[in-house]
Design a protein around this ligand. Structure first.
Ligand code: TUI
Length: 315
């Protein structure tokens, strides 16, 4: 399995690991890159010096290409953009906004720029700025999400742009990868599946909570503020949604929600922390090494394709 996306990024398989804040550290990113996919450090709200240290750690752990995801709502966005330019990070993905103003500086040093989009409109606008590909991320994803499902979003983005489209949201195994390819995607991004890896440095409680989930275990908070976030339903999400139902202001909600992802991912508080994860979490049954995960994804694909063929040809 190799596509023009894999060639563009200098990797073996067209599989990208999601850039999850507090969860996608240098250790996870390097392990994913060493397995032949593209590892991504999730910068989240990281201050610039912390991100630089993380990038340098990844460079020590792998000689393969890796990326950094820049969360555009971060208060440090300008400074972290400067850091990735100085460190000449080969691939930059962005999330939670429009990266337009930063694209020239990233392209100038030869980084591949791949924004996450949740709409056709933004995909088309960004194509004109010279981005290398887009990640079309459906609402099945964990964390900050858009409205459209992967099934509806990906083919519409594929039809609207001439650059490669990478599908994200609700993809957890080879079946999901084949489905994404069927929709016209040339690559896939998976987050949830890599959370339940040995190399993922998220707290053990976070991983255990993911493995315990069923199909309907996630919920969305922040719909009232216009920043919906998918998390595992817990005491925090219920209190948050109650505040939203009672008309709490954006400021009150932001104050209540601040630091909650760190509480879950670092401190292991899965009751009052924010356990961001995708809807596919219900399918996660065990912790595997990153190498096992990538090999299972890749080696499972021919049987899925064969099954599709048999289904199509069945009389
Ligand atoms: O960015 C994500 N997922 C994230 S970021 C994050 S960090 C966080 N921490 C605490 C509270 C909340 C968030 C957790 N998960 N995914 C990529 C993504 N981008 N999903 C949706 C979008 C998006 C949405 C609207 C991208 C662009 C956009 O358009 C804005 C515009 O200006 O048109």
């Amino acid at each position: 399995m190799s596509t023009n996306i894999a060639k563009l990024l200098g990797i073996k398989y067209p599989i990208i690991q999601g850039g999850m804040a507090w969860v996608a550290t240098a250790e996870l990113a390097a392990a994913v890159s060493n397995a032949g996919a593209l590892g991504i450090i999730g910068a989240g709200h990281m201050p610039p010096d912390a991100l630089r240290a993380e990038i340098q750690k990844a460079k020590e752990l792998t000689d393969k290409p890796f990326g950094v995801n820049i969360m555009l709502m971060s208060p440090f966005v300008k400074e972290v953009m400067q850091v990735v330019v100085e460190e000449r990070v080969p691939v930059i993905t962005t999330g939670a906004g429009n990266p337009g103003e930063y694209i020239p500086a990233l392209k100038a040093i030869g980084s591949k720029v791949i924004p996450v989009v949740a709409s056709v409109a933004l995909a088309k606008r960004l194509e004109r700025t010279g981005v290398d590909a887009v990640i079309a991320e459906g609402t099945e994803s964990g964390g900050h999400i858009g409205e459209l499902t992967t099934m509806a979003l990906v083919p519409q983005v594929v039809d609207a742009v001439n650059i490669p489209v990478i599908a994200a949201g609700g993809i957890g195994d080879s079946r999901g990868i084949a489905a994404a390819f069927a929709l016209g995607a040339k690559g896939v991004q998976l987050g949830t599946r890599f959370v339940v890896s040995e190399e993922c440095t998220a707290h053990e409680n976070y991983k255990k909570a993911v493995i315990k989930t069923k199909d309907r275990s996630t919920t969305t908070t922040g719909v009232s503020t216009g920043h919906p976030v998918r998390v595992i339903a817990n005491k925090l999400s219920r209190e948050y949604q109650e505040m939203e139902a009672n008309g709490a202001s954006v400021e009150e909600l932001e104050k209540f929600g601040a630091g909650r992802l760190r509480m879950a991912a670092k401190d292991g508080d899965t009751d009052y922390g924010s356990v961001m994860i995708g809807q596919i979490a219900g399918m996660m049954k065990e912790i595997q090494t990153v190498e096992e995960i990538v090999q299972e994804l890749v080696n499972g694909l021919p049987a899925v394709v064969e099954n599709i063929k048999n289904t199509v040809e069945a009389e």
